[in-house]
Ligand binder design. Structure first.
Ligand code: TYM
Length: 335
């Protein structure tokens, strides 16, 4: 690469979401919100991780639909496919090819200790894909030489494995991969269930009152927040002892832009009922334009597929470069 190209080169971001359900407000605050903020300053790769989805049983038609739903939601939330590379993971086969190589450098214990593996293998039936999932995630990141990975807090442990594998490979074969840093925002990196505020809000929660989906109507949002479990006592204060109120304050902060201090002042003399009403209105107003844009985009599937096809072509160019380098270093013959 010549020096002029080097000067122009922006640092690289990669991140993804697994299309195993309807996206929640947690995906927006923990991931998409930050992707949008960062997309003009970085060379961005944003993907829909369909290969990760099949680590638990998926109905094929539903997976196809949700993959496209997720792509439309990325754009509705503000990802610009002209600026960022937006693609479906299985459209770039180099991810799986690199996974095989990295698997040969990963100890069994490194995958076995992942908390998400332990949780999911208890809930669903176990399989090797579920066990090896963090290696595929490392490949997603390392194949684009990503410098920064914006994620929610639950992905931190997976990120650590990506960093270890990059360092290990670089040490054994000379500098090959950029070593990625996690980007975990201070606020919104862990939105909790509305019904059990000590548990992460999840797209697969059986109780739909626990989760705000990005496609929920205004009425659904307001009702879910009205029914949210709050803590005993009174007072709107941000504290670890009041996880229910802290969670609602986080949602209010993100949807209204008001700081925690401003929120505490605004509701100094108010009860939980008034506070919940304000949070419900604010979150509904915040999600309303996203939902409208989503349905508009989702109704034009041809256009959506065109965007994803272009995105995959662009992503593959970079991925192929890294894979070629890796194959050469480990001793595979090139013809
Ligand atoms: P996934 O699909 O479970 O979640 C996608 C992103 O959303 C964040 N997130 C949350 N943030 C705050 N509060 C919540 N309640 C909440 N729920 C989800 C997650 O932290 C994540 O950032 N394995 C990944 C997808 C993936 C990936 C990657 C991510 C595949 N390859 C490479 C980064 C880099 C996953 O299943 O995330």
């Amino acid at each position: 690469m010549n020096s002029i190209e080097n000067i122009d080169k922006k640092p690289v971001i990669l991140s993804g979401i697994t299309p195993s359900g309807i996206l929640t407000i947690g995906h927006l605050t923990g991931a998409l919100h930050n992707w949008v903020k960062l997309q003009n300053s970085y060379d961005c790769y944003f993907m829909i991780a369909d290969q990760h989805a099949i680590t638990v049983k998926q109905e094929p038609a539903a997976l196809r639909k949700r993959t496209l739903d997720t792509a439309a939601m990325f754009i509705a939330c503000g990802i610009d496919p002209e600026t960022s590379n937006l693609f479906i993971q299985s459209h770039v086969p180099e991810h799986s090819q690199l996974t095989w190589v990295l698997s040969c450098f990963t100890g069994m214990g490194e995958c076995g200790r992942m908390t998400q593996y332990k949780d999911k293998s208890e809930k669903h039936s176990e399989n090797v894909g579920l066990f090896a999932y963090p290696i595929l995630m490392a490949s997603d990141i390392l194949i684009y030489q990503a410098n920064l990975v914006p994620v929610g807090e639950d992905q931190k442990q997976h990120l650590e494995l990506s960093r270890n594998l990059a360092n290990r490979f670089n040490f054994n074969y000379s500098e090959t991969f950029a070593v990625p840093e996690p980007f975990i925002a201070e606020i919104g990196a862990r939105i909790m269930s509305l019904q059990e505020p000590n548990k992460k809000m999840s797209k697969s929660d059986e109780n739909s009152n626990a989760t705000i989906f990005l496609t929920d109507s205004d009425t659904e949002i307001k009702n879910k927040i009205k029914r949210a479990v709050t803590d005993s006592g009174t007072g709107i204060k941000f504290s670890d002892e009041k996880p229910g109120i802290a969670n609602l304050m986080t949602l209010y902060n993100i949807s209204s832009g008001k700081s925690f201090k401003e929120i505490e002042e605004e509701f100094e003399n108010a009860g939980y009922g008034d506070f919940k009403k304000a949070v419900g209105d604010s979150v509904a107003n915040y999600l309303n334009p996203i939902r409208d844009k989503y349905f508009e985009l989702r109704n034009n599937e041809l256009k959506l597929k065109e965007i994803l096809s272009l995105g995959a072509d662009k992503a593959r160019k970079t991925a192929m470069k890294t894979l070629r380098k890796v194959y050469k270093k480990i001793g595979f013959v090139s013809l």
